[in-house]
Design a protein around this ligand. Structure first.
Ligand code: GLN
Ligand code: ZN
Length: 722
């Protein structure tokens, strides 16, 4: 028997219903009852979508905010009384909310719970089955994140010797939560992406015990994705006596010997990429090893390679001819499973043939890499001409974006205003930004990015080779969404990327204006990539396109260039063995972008949202003149890891994500802490990140305080030197 399994269909909904419900509720525009009813209705929409296309689908995907938080609450890590949404949302977004972190290298951010010090859990049955969306979904397979994944992504995963005790305690908690469901006989869909992590092999004996015990209590479907588990892990898991089961079985690779009664789940269609599947070709690859299994009377389950929430709901807009009929988002992936099942049963060849149009061809030859940048001493000397004071002050790029600016962009898009009128308004905003920074006394100025919506989408719009969707939203975290652009051909500049605005700003001031570019790693990491093109190849192609821009900037006399790479560290490969290759890629890409710059142009690198402990090898390889990182939102202990690096370092002195005011004394204290790790001549003073999301008043207040802190620090040191 063949069955299809869909999972992860975006809880965002076809029209961002989820976002609207949550945000209305937070604003006080919806009652608790209306919110829960809204989520219930949305779950009904999802169930309908699943049911018309696949045989099996989960129940319990409709979270109030985040599935990791749901599980943490159900496991009793945080006391949340039944129905107390305030207490739940306080953990998600209140003061003292749990931190956010990237989910297995994807662009979804999950909340990160803290495990109890002692391995003991008191499950909270009021929160499992998860209280939202259950009524609309009586037949789905109850799903939850597995205990191993829960343990591994916690803030404080146990030391090696504590792993077993924690897994045993979690087993008890899961059994308690799942026991009431056992009589229904519905298999439990246990999602364990952490089985693909390196250490899973070392933990294998504990894991086998864990799943064996759990499978005795309830029928289990074990699902692992994102990364293939080590062969030994796969082989051992396949031997477990599961009733319905699945591990990571790739269509290219037949499963190892399976325990009787175990149904392999074939991860058959994409969950993170957007190109349609050549289903007829896939059938040819699958049949040789599926047929014997089916002939033996074994059940086979077809599923996507990842939960579908990494894709927009469905392709719902007219596409340009070169993409027409070539894209598949979440709903289309379910459709592919339906078609594939038909094909394997000998039906629907015509439909499958019509479904598939090969993706555009990617034809890209990287040019020879640029020469290394001039030696640091030469650069240092040449950059003396910038005339910067001790502790130079700057910002990260964006200045507050008012509602007016956002409306202006919308007006341009909808044709309500002419490009010329738009341009004039942007220039007005730049004038205002330059005036403000001069008044504040900043040393390296920015134009303020008034023309940019999103740091990736903006570049994608100005580059040929990208398609930017109108409605292709995906969830980033909580209710926050973004529209990943689709890279389909080697990127080329359609027009200048940042040149015009930067030059205009520079024409207004004698101080150096810093040109701000989103870097190739971040552009690639936050986009969908072409079919069959690896991350590294896409990165190098993007670097080439950016290099042309950088050369123009140089030719026009721009003296400071900043490359933003917030995705750099989050893209760090999950497995140690892949990390050195990644550092090399980052190095090559960065040098392709800035390598052609002469010694007198100062190159800044900006990084954020990261765990900076892994930063040093990247800075050594990239060799920028200045790096800016978050400092206010993190424990600055990571700075000690950067000691001795010969470059300027600007750990932020205030948090840009918070509306709070930070007073100059607090900033000064922070700077003094930074000076314990960074030599005086190397310290820069800047905020954590761009100020786009702050109100003009909030930004101005903290920038004033920042300048005051810089003045006091300079005065203090001058006094000491006398
Ligand atoms: N230059 C961008 C800004 O200031 C950087 C954004 C980011 O690093 N996330 O908004
Ligand atoms: Zn940033």
């Amino acid at each position: 028997m063949i069955r299809t399994l869909g999972f992860g269909l975006p809880r965002l909904g076809p029209h961002r219903e989820y976002k609207r419900l949550l945000e209305e509720f937070w604003k006080g525009g919806l009652s608790k009852r209306e919110l829960l009813q809204g989520l219930e209705d949305l779950e009904a929409v999802r169930v309908r979508d699943y049911r018309t296309r696949v045989d099996l689908y989960p129940a319990g995907e409709m979270s109030l905010y985040d599935p990791m938080l749901d599980l943490a609450v159900a496991l009793g890590l945080y006391p949340v009384p039944a129905g107390d949404l305030e207490a739940y949302f306080a953990l998600a977004r209140g003061k003292g909310a749990l931190p956010l972190r990237k989910w297995f290298g994807t662009n979804y951010h999950h909340l990160v719970p803290r495990l109890p010090e002692r391995p003991a859990y008191t499950p909270n049955p009021a929160w499992f089955p998860y209280p939202v969306g259950q009524g609309a979904n009586p037949e789905g397979l109850p799903t939850l994140i597995g205990p191993y994944t829960f343990l591994r992504v916690a803030q404080n995963p146990p030391e090696e010797k504590g792993v077993r005790a924690h897994l045993e305690a979690l087993l008890e908690a899961y059994r308690a939560l799942l026991a009431p469901l056992a009589p229904q006989g519905r298999p439990i869909l246990l999602q364990e992406p952490a089985l693909g992590l390196e250490e899973a092999e070392a933990h294998l004996p504990h894991l086998l015990d864990l799943y064996r015990s759990l499978a005795e209590a309830v029928p289990l479907v074990l699902l692992s994705y994102y990364l293939p588990p080590a062969p030994r892990v796969l082989e051992a898991l396949a031997q477990l006596p599961m009733r319905g089961l699945a591990v990571w079985f790739h269509p290219h690779q037949p499963p190892p010997a399976l325990a009787p009664g175990t149904a392999p789940v074939v991860l058959a269609v994409e969950g993170q990429g957007v190109w349609r599947t050549d289903l007829l070709a896939l059938r040819e690859r699958l049949l040789p090893w599926l047929e014997p299994l089916l002939d033996d009377g074994r059940e086979v389950i077809l599923a996507p390679k990842a939960p579908l929430f990494h894709l927009p709901w469905r392709v719902s807009e007219p596409l340009p001819p070169h993409l027409e009929g070539r894209l598949a988002f979440a709903e289309e992936r379910l459709e592919e499973l339906r078609l594939l099942k038909g094909l394997l049963l000998g039906q629907g060849d015509g439909e499958a043939a019509a479904w598939y149009t090969p993706p555009p061809i990617w034809d890209f030859q990287p040019s020879s890499p640029p020469p290394p940048r001039p030696p640091r001493e030469v650069r240092h000397q040449a950059q003396g001409a910038l005339g910067l004071p001790r502790f130079p002050t700057t910002t990260i790029g964006s200045l507050p974006q008012t509602q007016q600016l956002r409306e202006l962009r919308l007006s341009l898009r909808s044709g309500r205003i002419s490009p010329e009128a738009y341009e004039a308004e942007i220039q007005r905003a730049i004038q205002e930004n330059i005036r403000l920074q001069e008044e504040l006394g900043l040393d390296v100025l920015v134009h303020g990015e008034p023309e940019r919506s999103d740091m990736v989408e903006f570049f994608a719009e100005r580059l040929e080779g990208f398609y930017t969707t109108q409605r292709g939203f995906v969830l980033s975290y909580g209710s926050r969404v973004w529209r990943p652009p689709i890279l389909h051909a080697p990127p080329r500049r359609r027009e200048a990327l940042v040149l015009r605005e930067t030059l205009y700003a520079q024409s207004l001031t004698p101080k150096p204006v810093k040109a701000i570019l989103t870097g190739p790693i971040t552009l690639a990491a936050w986009s969908y990539l072409p079919e069959g093109v690896g991350f590294g190849e896409a990165v190098l192609a993007l670097a080439e396109a950016l290099r042309e821009e950088v050369e123009d900037l140089k030719a026009h006399g721009i003296r400071v260039v900043q490359v933003d790479e917030p995705a750099l560290l989050e893209r760090m490969p999950l497995r140690d063995q892949d990390q050195p290759g990644y550092v090399r890629l980052v190095q090559e890409a960065f040098h392709r972008v800035v390598g052609g710059l002469g010694p007198g142009v100062q190159v800044h690198l900006h990084l954020c949202y990261s765990d900076y402990r892994a930063l040093r090898p990247f800075l050594e390889a990239m060799d920028p003149d200045v790096v800016s990182v978050e400092g206010a939102r993190q424990d600055p202990a990571f700075l000690s890891e950067l000691q001795g690096l010969p470059l300027g370092i600007g750990p932020g002195v205030f948090d840009v994500h918070s509306p709070e005011e930070t007073d100059p004394e607090e900033m000064l204290r922070r700077l003094e802490v930074y000076l314990e790790a960074i030599p005086e001549h190397a310290l820069w003073i800047n905020p954590d990140c761009g100020l786009k999301t702050r109100s003009p008043e909030e930004a101005l207040r903290n920038l004033r305080h920042m300048m005051e802190a810089a003045r006091r620090l300079r005065a203090r040191l001058a006094a000491k030197e006398e």
